[in-house]
Write a protein that binds this ligand. Structure first.
Ligand SMILES: [Ca+2]
Ligand SMILES: [Ca+2]
Length: 359
């Protein structure tokens, strides 16, 4: 586990401060045997708009003299992000009797326990160390609990409809277990551990509200597309569609997103990805379907026939659910001779496949 130079510097500063005491013997404090701490994370609201400031509040209840603490505070990175300035502030006793610092190196990834996917979480490591004043080490000791510090996160633009957790992982090996029996006597420091001082953590959950990012039919257009949210598919486009601009005649995005489609190698046909992006990041993606178009050029013609023949003969298995959906013109879940008949009629111009109601 990497510990930043900044934190090492703080530790050194505390060590130096403590060494100012005239220590005559290497005595140590005696644990009471009942030490315990509860750390509760809350937020200033239960719901937030997208891109809003979230004040994270951390309250500590403890029944012993705590001269230092350190907590990694993790958050769902699909919902929250670190603002440029997190505005960390010590509160109450922690403000008057010590100094607080935070570390967010690599988005806090260095402080996330191995059990967690560090791509799914961010983290703020907060450390408080008591100062020494008038011959006494500062300490926190409040069984009822008091607000120890606050800082800010920000909700993501793409987080609408999501609930995100902010929590301290009990698995962390970064906690401090230092205690002092008599704050006026630096020889009475003692050390606890996870067994002798159980720590309980309470998490916060907040929801981001606002307009959902969705693909919806563009009612300004004559024959709006059909959107299958469950399978994330969109269809109902005319054969031969040529561009993202044409796709946008049929569908539009809500929630402040923009439509950015990714065509296949052959064009804007079956398997084109219709992506919804916010601030350049894709937050939702749909598969475009042109019924009867297998090769992805947006037209059902003779170039698709070899694929259909191969599925029909059983020499190739169609294991792509999007292509299967585009090629199954009889809606029975397979591409077989029945579909081949429809293909032949379509490719010789006898019928035109209805892209809105293909069956
Ligand atoms: Ca085709
Ligand atoms: Ca079929």
């Amino acid at each position: 586990m990497k510990i930043s130079k900044k934190i090492l510097a703080i530790l050194l500063a505390v060590t130096l401060a403590l060494s100012l005491f005239a220590v005559s013997a290497s005595a140590a404090g005696t644990p009471t045997g009942t030490e315990a701490m509860t750390v509760t994370v809350t937020t200033d609201n239960e719901t937030y708009e997208a891109e809003a400031a979230v004040q994270v509040r951390v309250t500590i209840a403890c029944n012993y003299n705590v001269p230092s603490f350190r907590f990694p505070i993790m958050f769902d990175s699909s919902v929250y992000e670190l603002p440029t300035i997190i505005g960390l502030k010590a509160q109450g006793t922690c403000a008057s009797k010590g100094t607080i610092n935070s570390n967010t190196t690599n988005g806090g990834a260095d402080f996330i326990p191995e059990a967690y996917d560090s791509s799914a979480f961010g983290c703020v490591l907060v450390q408080w160390t008591a100062t020494v004043a008038n011959g006494e080490v500062g300490y926190l000791n409040n069984e009822a609990g008091e607000l120890a510090f606050t800082f800010e996160l920000k909700t993501k633009a793409s987080a609408v409809g999501k609930t995100g957790t902010i929590f301290i992982p009990a698995e962390s090996d970064l906690f401090y277990y230092q205690a002092i029996e008599n704050p006026a006597d630096a020889t009475t420091f003692y050390y606890l551990d996870a067994e002798t001082c159980p720590m309980t953590f309470v998490e916060a959950n907040a929801m981001v509200v606002g307009e959902q990012v969705d693909l919806v039919p563009n009612e300004d257009y004559g024959t709006p597309a059909t959107i299958d949210e469950e399978n994330r598919r969109v269809y109902g486009f005319a054969e031969g569609i040529l561009s993202n601009a044409e796709i946008k005649e049929y569908v539009k995005a809500t929630g402040g997103a923009v439509i950015r489609s990714t065509p296949t190698d052959l064009g804007y046909g079956t398997c084109t990805k219709v992506n919804l992006a916010i601030d350049g990041t894709t937050v939702k993606s749909y598969d475009l379907i042109i019924f009867g178009d297998i090769d992805g050029d947006a037209i059902c013609d003779i170039n698709d026939l070899p694929y259909v023949l191969s599925y029909t003969a059983g020499s190739t298995i169609c294991d792509d659910p999007v292509i299967l959906f585009a090629g199954d013109l009889t809606n029975d879940g397979v591409i077989d001779v029945d579909d081949l008949s429809v293909f032949l009629l379509a490719t010789n111009g006898s019928i035109v496949i209805d892209q809105t109601n293909p069956y």
